[in-house]
Design a binder for this molecule. Structure first.
Ligand SMILES: [Zn+2]
Length: 533
């Protein structure tokens, strides 16, 4: 093995999975798995279902061990409800497989499932997630699970015995297979008779239709979820598959699956960490036209793939965390850049280094990066002040960081632009004054005028660092203190007052983007005009 173990949670799982796979299926490629239901927009929180096995599979591949990451699209599940924003007439499709429901109006996709899979597939590609997608519609309708279905039906008493431990009332005749009606395609069916010898199965549907089929030849139905999942563990030989908290209560699929997979299918439950909830902050401000469901694609519009990967890599699956669409994203990027610098200097802790490495690339190679990563909060301030004007943005970036083309600052620049446009409320946007606030300027006392003159004199040195020194230094100079004077409460108060004055003169409010960035974005001439010097 090329890597040392025990550096982070991913490495520890990879160790465990490699050992366990060697025991279960020596010499075969290791199988990690995820499952997603394309029943509607796939929530950003569900990305953990894919990222957890992805990171483990990727670590296994980095060690030179063959590993497949299966992604089951649960697209043969029934359509349960019409989400907000979709024509209520779609209710007539409730009970059909997701692949038999028409895509939402205006979609170019063949059906409901394809429509909601597509953006996830694109996001996973951008994230560098390598997987083998499996359509459960395809598997069931081509009879891939025929033997497993017959086995489950034959052993239905055993399954019923497992499930009944968690039931409060008894079910009359338990049957683990649900046919989709041949006439209306819905699953509003009841199995009325089954003959184990001939596999003849009779069902009736709420639509009035009924027929008798031979289960050994029937490919329009599926095992119920609590049987379907353990069946697939055995069928695919899954060694690692995580699941959400909701699958772990007594009687839930993970718990009963553990017993069913062994008793019925002769397989074993995968190593399966329970992953905690991923929350979202700052989405309330978003338009509700999309039903307020943030998707991975939404996150990738405002942050680069490595940053999103990092959020998942650095936290153990059992730790919950939040993905920020609000101001907090600026702090996240500060943290990310600080880690990058630390690692470039050879300073990171092993776990930090591991998470960073998993974020910036995969076993297949590095992910695209921004060649010249200007701090996100600086970019956000610039595009806020310039309202995205490319020429002005380039002028500022050139002054700021010797950037010659905007492409050097991309894709980070585009992400910051998108964040400002979509997630900064109108009331928090910065509007630089066109004309000086003469009334305010006329009302200023001697000391305030002096502070503005000192600022104006210092504007010749036009870099972010010197502007930072300047805005903090003006109140020091006025107090007769040296430039490196420590902050006292009096000095801090004077600095606050000076900053507030500048914000009022420049943007007509008491606060705004960080002053050095704001000054840089506005330009020296316009600053001088607005502060009346
Ligand atoms: Zn029917």
């Amino acid at each position: 093995m090329a890597e040392s173990a025990e550096t982070d949670w991913v490495s520890r799982f990879a160790d465990e999975v490699i050992t366990e796979a060697g025991r279960r299926a020596p010499g075969k490629p290791i199988v990690c798995a995820s499952g997603l239901s394309p029943s509607g927009p796939i929530h950003l929180g569900n990305l953990r279902e894919v990222m957890t096995p992805h990171l483990v599979a990727d670590e296994i591949r980095r060690r030179g061990v063959e590993c497949v990451h299966l992604l089951s699209w649960d697209d043969y599940d029934r359509f349960r409800r019409v989400p907000a924003g979709v024509d209520p007439s779609w209710a007539e499709h409730i009970g059909k497989p997701l692949t038999s429901v028409p895509a939402p109006p205006g979609s170019s996709y063949a059906n409901w499932a394809e429509h909601f899979k597509a953006p996830m597939i694109q996001a996973l590609e951008e994230l560098g997630v390598e997987y083998r997608g499996i359509s459960q519609t395809e598997q069931y309708t081509r009879g891939a699970y025929r033997e497993q279905i017959l086995l489950a039906v034959r052993e239905r008493a055993k399954i019923d015995a497992v499930l009944s431990r968690y039931r409060s009332k008894q079910v009359e005749e338990y049957f683990p297979y649900k046919p989709y009606c041949d006439l209306c395609e819905r699953d509003l069916t009841t199995v009325t008779a089954y003959d184990d010898a001939t596999t003849e199965l009779a069902y009736t549907c709420e639509c009035g239709f009924g027929e008798t089929v031979r289960l050994a030849e029937h490919d329009r139905g599926k095992l119920v979820w609590k049987v379907d999942w353990p069946m697939r563990w055995a069928y695919e030989g899954v060694v690692f598959e995580p699941s959400g908290v909701d699958h772990h209560s007594p009687g839930s699929a993970w718990i009963v699956g553990d017993q069913i997979v062994g008793k019925v299918f002769g397989g074993r439950q995968p190593i399966g960490p329970m992953y905690a909830f991923v929350g979202i902050t700052g989405m309330a401000k978003m338009s509700s036209s999309k039903g307020d469901v943030p998707t991975p694609a939404d996150a990738l519009e405002i942050m680069e793939a490595p940053v999103l990967r990092w959020l998942y890599a650095r936290r153990k699956p059992a730790q919950s965390f939040k993905i920020a669409f609000d101001q907090e994203i600026q702090r996240l990027y500060d943290e990310w850049d600080a880690l990058g610098r630390k690692i470039a200097e050879g300073q990171g802790q092993p776990a930090e280094l591991a998470a960073y490495r998993r974020a910036v690339g995969t076993a297949a190679g590095p992910l695209p990066a921004t060649p010249h990563p200007v701090p996100y909060r600086t970019l956000a301030s610039i595009v806020d002040v310039t309202t995205g004007d490319a020429e002005q943005t380039l002028r500022i970036l050139r002054d700021l960081d010797a950037i010659e083309t905007l492409d050097e600052a991309r894709p980070r620049l585009d992400r910051a632009q998108r964040w400002v446009d979509a997630h900064v409320p109108a009331g928090e946007r910065t509007r630089v004054r066109e004309e000086p606030d003469e009334e305010l300027l006329d009302s200023l006392g001697q000391a305030e005028r002096e502070s503005l003159r000192l600022l104006s004199d210092g504007l010749d040195d036009w870099s972010l660092d010197s502007l930072t020194t300047l805005v903090y230094g003006v109140p020091k100079l006025q107090a007769g203190l040296p430039a490196d004077a420590k902050a006292t409460p009096e000095l801090k108060a004077a600095q606050r007052a000076f900053f507030a004055l500048l914000y009022r003169l420049l943007v007509g409010r008491d606060t705004g983007p960080r002053l050095p960035t704001l000054l840089l974005s506005i330009g020296a001439d316009r600053v001088r005009k607005l502060v009346g010097t």
